[in-house]
Design a protein around this ligand. Structure first.
Ligand SMILES: [Zn+2]
Length: 309
């Protein structure tokens, strides 16, 4: 085989996005979209549109989460009736339900009774929106690449998709649990247990799809490792709980926290869960110091979440 065609053959076989050999390549096989300027603008467009889409989707699911966070503790249905003001019981119109925008337009108050809606609503919506943008950034980067270079590996897109979707779910669970714990000191089993199972399934599935093929880790080993991580993480919290009981003779840390720690380990592995626990302790101490320094802050929590459901 002549050198020129060997080089072309190799570059096509290796799935290179663009031939490194310039004009040596056959012009027929090259897609007309490989003009660098065009590629750059299409990539940027896909990434921008993808980011906007993920953000808007996050805002919508954050808005739904707000309804759940107000109704779950009351034992109410999250589907019916439609969202209403807790003070005047008026059903909200569609434009009062637009995430973030409605809150800003109404300046955080009910249109009729002027009751304060609360900071939780825009904060939860913004948090889910931003977290979902982070969760999907790699997916849209690989999608932009795959659209410009159809001969490139589509496996990257599928792999990033299988990583992004569970990550979005994980972030949604975390925001839900954080708010429920902060508002009601409540970490429901029907959220933590499914969270642990989904985390475990997602980690094992990612091993199966070849995330760590280079290290030779197989799904069964991953499952065993993750189960041990969950056990160790939950045991650590139970140990702290027991030690606290031993010295202070009262409950210092709830059983829900052990399940939350198990959930973190199922998704992040033991090292990640320990880092999250350490950060939680530091942040908790920081908030405690602030509350001790400003006593009014601990009693005045009305501004957080008061009037919609
Ligand atoms: Zn009202």
């Amino acid at each position: 085989m002549p050198l020129q065609s060997t080089l072309i053959h190799q570059s096509q076989k290796s799935g290179c996005p663009r031939s490194r050999f310039g004009d040596l390549g056959s012009r027929k096989s090259r897609p007309p979209s490989v003009d660098p300027k065009h590629v750059y603008s299409t990539s940027r467009m896909i990434r921008i549109l993808g980011t906007i889409f993920a953000g808007l989707l996050g805002l919508a699911f954050g808005s739904f989460l707000n309804v759940c966070l107000s109704r779950w503790p009351e034992g109410e249905s999250v589907v019916a009736p439609r969202s209403r003001c807790r003070h005047c019981s008026r059903t909200l119109t569609w434009w009062e339900n637009v995430p973030l925008v409605s809150w800003l337009a109404l300046r955080g108050r009910c249109r009729t009774c002027h009751a304060w809606i609360g900071w939780r609503y825009p904060l939860v919506e913004a948090a889910v929106g931003l977290l979902w943008i982070c969760a999907t950034s790699r997916l849209f980067a690989s999608l932009a690449y795959a659209i410009n270079y159809p001969e490139g590996p589509i496996a990257d897109v599928l792999r990033n998709l299988s990583e992004a979707v569970p990550l979005m779910l994980f972030y949604w669970f975390l925001v839900a649990l954080a708010v429920l714990d902060a508002e009601n000191l409540w970490l429901p089993d029907w959220l933590t247990y499914p969270g642990i199972l989904i985390g475990l399934a997602s980690t094992v599935a990612q091993e199966q799809f070849g995330y760590h093929f280079d290290t030779g880790v197989r799904p069964l080993r991953a499952l065993t490792g993750q189960l041990l991580s969950i056990l160790a993480a939950a045991t650590l919290i139970l140990l702290i709980r027991w030690l606290y009981w031993l010295f202070r003779r009262r409950e210092g840390i709830g059983l829900g926290d052990a399940k939350l720690m198990a959930l973190l380990a199922a998704w992040l592995g033991l090292p990640g869960a320990l880092v999250a626990f350490g950060l939680g302790v530091v942040l908790g101490a920081l908030v405690a110091v602030i509350l001790l320094a400003i006593p009014a802050a601990s009693t005045n929590t009305d501004g957080w979440a008061s009037s919609l459901r």
